[in-house]
Design a protein around this ligand. Structure first.
Ligand SMILES: Nc1ncnc2c1ncn2[C@@H]1O[C@H](COP(=O)(O)OP(=O)(O)OP(=O)(O)O)[C@@H](O)[C@H]1O
Ligand SMILES: [Mg+2]
Length: 260
């Protein structure tokens, strides 16, 4: 199995969707990387009953959805009450990645076409997922609506953790709008795709929105760094930018070096 090769985004060395879902059979280093993200989230937001974590990146194809899905699975493995919400109402992929249904989902719920119980899918992994639903003409408007805020409140009473998967923050306003409802934000940065400027732009947008950036998850990291990581030395590696934010930096990279 290969995760995070330096091929172009949108393919990146994965041969099929199932291969990189977090399961007990994926290499140890990959499992550990996602567990470490889980631990860092737990410690970064200690005092809230329901922790709402938004996952975004500067650009398209940086592995936001993969990160959101796998971190959610890592929480489910921990027996946490966890809900993954696909808030990418433009190019949603979470349902497909998880072999779940695309609708009814968030959009259907927001316009009153179904109930919460009809929209939430309980997966065998223990993870609950609210898929994006039918693609709407006005994603930003829906996500910024009072109904969305009300829905988040309802969900807070049911779950310990809510992970919000979003579109790229430099492309559309959706992630910025949602960051106001989140306890914290994880910024995914893919090596070889996002430039320093892109990352700084993304961080600036989050700063203006008053969002709490919990950390940066690096994806597509180069071999050598990942080797270090899998030996337990890679934690804390960064590019030098966003030092103030990078409390939970980690790489999920080219983990060709199989489990050990
Ligand atoms: N850790 C990783 N390292 C490198 N590539 C990855 C990693 N995780 C997933 N990928 C690959 O990156 C591609 C994009 O993944 P994903 O759909 O998660 O990105 P995204 O940021 O959600 O994209 P979009 O902006 O379109 O929503 C996928 O084809 C996937 O195979
Ligand atoms: Mg995505």
């Amino acid at each position: 199995m290969m995760i995070g090769s330096k091929k172009r985004a949108g393919n990146a060395g994965f041969t099929n969707q199932v291969e990189y879902l977090l399961t007990d059979t994926v290499p140890f280093a990959i499992q550990e990387a996602y567990k470490m993200i889980r631990t860092n989230i737990i410690f970064s937001i200690p005092d809230q009953k329901c922790k709402k974590i938004l996952v975004t990146s500067a650009l398209q194809g940086e592995a936001k959805s993969t990160t959101a899905v796998n971190v959610s699975i890592a929480f489910a493995q921990n027996q946490s009450r966890i809900l993954l919400v696909d808030c990418d109402l433009r190019l949603p992929t979470d349902a497909k990645k998880l072999n779940a249904q695309q609708s009814p989902g968030l959009t259907n719920l927001l316009v009153g076409m179904c109930t919460l119980d009809e929209a939430i899918q309980q997966l065998p992994s223990g993870l609950d997922v609210l898929a994006a639903g039918d693609i709407p003409p006005n994603p930003s408007e829906l996500l910024g609506s009072p109904r969305m805020e009300q829905l988040m409140k309802e969900l807070e009473s049911r779950y310990e953790y809510i992970i919000l998967d979003t579109p790229p923050i430099c492309a559309v306003a959706d992630a910025t709008i949602l960051s106001k409802m989140a306890s914290g934000v994880i910024l995914v940065v893919r090596q070889g795709i996002a430039t320093r400027e892109n990352v700084n732009n993304a961080l600036e947008k989050l700063k203006v929105a008053n969002a709490k950036v919990l950390g940066i998850v690096m994806t597509g990291a180069a071999n050598e760094k990942t080797k270090s990581y899998s030996k337990g030395k890679g934690y804390g590696y960064g590019y030098g930018y966003a030092d103030n934010y990078a409390k939970a930096q980690m790489q999920i990279g080219d983990q060709k070096n199989e489990s050990h």
